[in-house]
Design a protein around this ligand. Sequence first.
Ligand SMILES: [Zn+2]
Length: 334
Amino acid sequence: MTGTRSGAKRRFIGVDMGGTKILAAVVGADGKILGSAKKRTKAESGPANVIARIGQAIHQAARDAGISVSEVTAVGVGAPGPLNPHTGVVFHAPNLPGWENVPLGQRLADELDLPVFVENDVNLGTLGELVLGAGRGTQDMVGIFIGTGIGGGIIIDGKLRSGTRHSAGEVGHMVVAAGGPYCGCGRQGCLEAVASRRAIERDLRAGVASGRENLVNDLDRVDPGQLTSKVLARACRVGCPLTRQVIGRAQWYLGLHAASIVNLLDPQMLVYGGGLVEAMGEALLTPIRTVAQQHLIHQTSTPVQIVAASLGDSSVVLGAAVIAQRHWATASGS
Ligand SMILES: [Zn+2]
């Protein structure tokens, strides 16, 4: 964050509102986390209760930082799903029952008596990495977060690309395998359908069912959807042929996808985050880099940087604090 003279002592609160937990952090103008809190979302209790719980998490984070909420300058919230960052209305939030056209920004602002800014959570994760993480010093960057699904964000000239309909950055639903497996979005062959953790688990289970030997000993014991990135990383490390083949195929598609992004936007950097990247690091990224390089139209001596995210679980709360600070700076003319 860029602390201006007048804003150097200011504090912002960033919130990551997820389907299962709410994270809140008090962040200084220098980007340091001064206090934090974690609360269960209890999504089944409905929007009004979830918003109240976000308010409680914010108060708790402020207490942890030794300040009161009235000493905070502005709040940023990362929410899942499509939303309007100008009005703070969440159009729809997957995994959160009842979240249809909820004026999250306004309700929280009324409750806290503070300016509140809302943005898509993966966009904020990307912004956090740009300003405080792996992308520091970069102006053009794309974030790709591989988890159960695949999400992302686009930064152009240092700013988030929101899009005409506030839906830019859906990197997980770029089609990379025409006629391929069905995606959660109902279409076929999206990157998410061939390279997310859910897709990798599906292909592993299919391999096991067809009698392939596998060294993921935990596979039979874990419930569907519960196979962790750590287990996958370990199976690759010990040389399980099935896991290596399945992840190798995902890496091939990720490499093609990376090349398409670079051919379209020519960014300085692609930042990869999420559990699988954290667990495998360079072992995951190196083949992606190789395949991407082979499919770039312009081969130059300064190839795009393909790197791992560095902020882990804090990327969204930090990005949310950054957006709060940026909006405040614009509004106050600082
Ligand atoms: Zn899709």
